[in-house]
Design a protein around this ligand. Structure first.
Ligand code: ADE
Length: 414
């Protein structure tokens, strides 16, 4: 086999392995192959190019769609998977480590296909569609991530959102699995792959205690780390305290942590003020969608010399002189679970991508007539995915008896 054929074969093997852990998406693919709900439609997907995403692309293709895929982050692309999809005649744009111009050109190329439906992880496709005058004509889009939904809602608030967008990120079957279990495990996995550090006995600071931060904090504690939580929302901070975590302002935590993980969705969460207080050897990782949470400009400005690549995904900055502290930045501050690891496990993406596939089917049917705006994944889809997942796990559950249903419906105050 040539090198490129070997590369594609490796990607294909990993796509098949992921398929083995994605029973819900597989059952949707099988139904799609018979019913062809996406026949004649062009679907453009700007998602992380992983083995799990490949299985979504194949399911949409089985449903009759012409699918084109580009990367949702310049550092998350699994090149062997991209090669396998390309070998299967699917349009794929993006390669690991591409620069921002190439990244933007890939997104623009997909928009130029005039898709009927867009699938986004971070809203880059929708942003480009809406930058066109008039905006591209879409049946609708879907959004996979919290940060992307912030962007879509900002468009909506400005009165500029031109199509329905299904908030896949907020489906119950997506959120708990993706954000809590998925990022909880895969962010730590990315950090450990990059550094091979021992978590037990370390002090790990989680900045942000939303669904994702909660997952990271819980998993880190399970691995023996002392966890400090920094949070701006009083309710979430209180929850962290009640969970038994130390809660404090980030400037105080800066002097305590061995490892810092930002997962807030906000920008400049760790800045020069924090870096100046950090201990020698501290590790900085970001698990938020964009690389804006760790202020890289401050890090560069404080450093006495250009950073040194001490491991493939670890850059060391020397800060101060009395004595100097060495701060280790992982994966250039990009989303660590995908840039340093392989993203969420396939079992997690099974639920997310089942939502994506069924949301696309919804948009191709009645959902395409929804008014412009952000819409929830219909409850029936969420429940169907939970039902399929339980069936794949061989788990049976009870149903309400008619008497119980009547009792719950018919309560009146005496
Ligand atoms: N986002 C997080 N993990 C992912 C994965 N494995 N595939 C695609 N998108 C992801």
């Amino acid at each position: 086999m040539t090198d490129s054929a070997t590369h594609a074969a490796e990607g294909q093997a990993r796509i098949e392995w992921a398929d083995g852990q994605m029973p819900v998406l597989r059952s949707i693919r099988e139904r799609f192959a018979t019913e062809r709900p996406l026949d004649g439609l062009t679907v453009a997907a700007c998602l992380h190019i992983t083995a799990e995403t490949a299985n979504l692309v194949l399911a949409l293709g089985a449903g009759g769609a012409r699918v084109a895929l580009c990367a949702a982050n310049p550092l998350s692309t699994q090149d062997d998977v991209a090669a396998a999809l390309t070998a299967a005649d699917i349009t794929v744009r993006g390669s690991r480590g591409e620069d921002l111009d190439a990244y933007a050109a890939d997104v623009a190329e997909l928009v130029a296909l005039r898709p009927d439906i867009t699938l986004d992880d971070g809203a880059d496709l929708l942003a480009v569609v809406h930058a066109m005058t008039p905006p591209g004509k879409l049946l609708g889009g879907t959004e996979e991530t919290t940060t992307g939904l912030l962007r879509v809602r900002a468009l909506q608030d400005e009165g500029r959102l031109a199509c329905p967008v299904i908030a896949v990120n907020e489906a119950r079957t997506e959120r708990l699995f993706n954000d809590h279990y998925g990022t909880g495990q895969s962010a730590l996995d990315g950090i450990l792959r990059a550094t091979n550090l021992l978590l037990a006995g370390k002090t790990l600071v989680v900045l942000g205690h939303g669904v994702t931060g909660k997952g990271i904090a819980a998993r880190a504690r399970g691995a023996g780390a002392q966890v400090i939580v920094c949070e701006v929302d009083p309710m979430r901070a209180l929850e962290a305290r009640m969970e038994g975590f130390e809660v404090m302002p980030a400037l105080d935590a800066a002097a305590r942590g061995d490892l810092f993980v930002t997962v807030t969705g906000a920008q400049r969460v760790l800045t020069g003020e924090h870096f100046a207080r950090m201990r020698d050897g501290a590790v900085l990782a970001n698990a938020g969608h964009f690389d804006v949470e760790i202020a890289l400009d401050d890090l560069r400005a404080l450093a006495s010399a250009p950073p040194r690549d001490v491991l493939p995904l670890v850059q060391r900055y020397e800060i101060g002189s009395d004595p100097p502290a060495h701060l280790n930045l992982l994966a250039q501050g990009r989303v660590v679970n995908l840039a340093a690891g392989r993203g969420h496990p396939a079992e997690v993406m099974d639920m997310s991508f089942a939502n994506q596939a069924l949301a696309a089917e919804h948009l191709a049917g009645d959902g395409g007539r929804l008014p412009a705006g952000v819409h929830p994944v219909p409850e029936a889809i969420d429940r169907e995915i939970a039902r399929l997942k339980l069936a794949s796990l061989g788990v049976g559950i009870d149903a309400l008896t008619p008497e119980q249903s009547e009792y719950l419906r018919g309560w009146t105050a005496h």
